[in-house]
Design a protein around this ligand. Structure first.
Ligand code: COA
Length: 263
């Protein structure tokens, strides 16, 4: 475990899972510029560490996942800083979305503004029954600037996204689950274990297949169906060159569990 004074903690567990924790609980884990930069650095470290297969992203303390960008810091920005604050956050969150290993958001409390945008950049969201979700930026006279206007409509549809964005209302986990904003719900004390259970299922599968499934979905979401199909077929074909494909299919035919090597 990293130094507990760090704003972002990276905790490597024994079985290929890494837990990344946003750690400013006294400010409800609000993201200031330093925290976003640290998150960026830690994510690169986790991306480049072959022993890490799945990342679980969560917030420190019982109250918040992340209660947004740091309003104290934002209140001092001018227009040029505003653009760069947004661009930096967007780049870090985009890196999460484009990561070749799964990122599961374990939403343990408030996921507001930049916190909801961070959750949206994760591949999968599991929420505690105590979580709350919202994009309250318009209440502050701004708009979501870390990809929320882009990802929320793609996930829950334009009408629902605009309702959240234009009212600034918070919704609870039940409603978030109903509209497809979160994949699963867990009791607060069972949240991280629920994420670990899902992570272990992914870790048992072929890592190259996992990475290429992520890539095919990520690129496929932002291009035409025809181009996405070309990419999908190329990635599908590429997998036929791997030992893992042979192992997966042989194991099935021999009625045993596959032992993937990531080659
Ligand atoms: N930026 C900076 N500080 C924040 C913050 C944010 N986004 N969210 C919470 N904090 C700080 C509070 O200022 C307070 O600090 P203090 O103890 O030094 O005064 C501390 O975190 C605890 O928050 P508090 O507001 O006292 O908790 P609460 O339980 O009364 O309310 C919320 C919780 C989440 C409803 C409330 O903190 C809130 O509305 N936060 C802002 C959410 C937001 O607008 N996010 C979008 C930003 S773009």
């Amino acid at each position: 475990m990293a130094d507990t004074n760090d704003t972002i903690l990276l905790d490597r567990e024994a079985d290929g899972i890494a837990i990344i924790t946003v750690n400013r609980p006294d400010k409800l884990n609000a993201l200031n510029a330093g925290t976003v930069r640290e998150l960026d650095r830690v994510l690169r470290e986790a991306r480049d560490d072959d022993s890490i297969r799945v990342i679980i992203l969560t917030g420190a303390g019982e109250k918040a996942f992340v209660a947004g960008a740091d309003i104290a810091e934002l209140s001092r920005m001018g227009p040029i800083d505003g653009v760069s604050v947004s661009r930096e956050g967007q780049a870090t969150f985009r890196m999460i979305e484009a990561l070749p290993k799964p990122v599961i958001g374990a939403i343990n409390g408030f996921a507001l503004g930049g916190g909801l945008e961070l959750a949206l950049a994760c591949h999968i969201r599991i929420a505690s029954t105590r979580a709350k979700f919202g994009l309250p930026e318009v209440k502050l006279g701004i708009i979501p600037g870390y990809g929320g206007t882009i990802r929320l409509p793609r996930l829950v549809g334009r009408g629902r996204a605009l309702e959240l964005m234009l009212t600034g209302d918070m919704i609870d986990t039940e409603e978030a689950y109903r509209i497809g904003l979160v994949n699963r719900v867990a009791e607060p004390e069972a949240l991280l274990d629920a994420a670990r259970v899902m992570a272990r299922k992914m870790i048992a599968n072929g890592p190259i297949a996992i990475a290429l499934a992520l890539e095919s979905v990520d690129r496929g979401m932002s291009t035409t169906i025809d181009d996405a199909q070309v990419l999908e077929s190329n990635l599908f074909g590429l997998l036929a060159s791997t030992d893992d494909m042979r192992e997966g299919m042989t194991a099935f035919l021999e009625k045993r569990k596959a032992e993937f090597k990531g080659r």
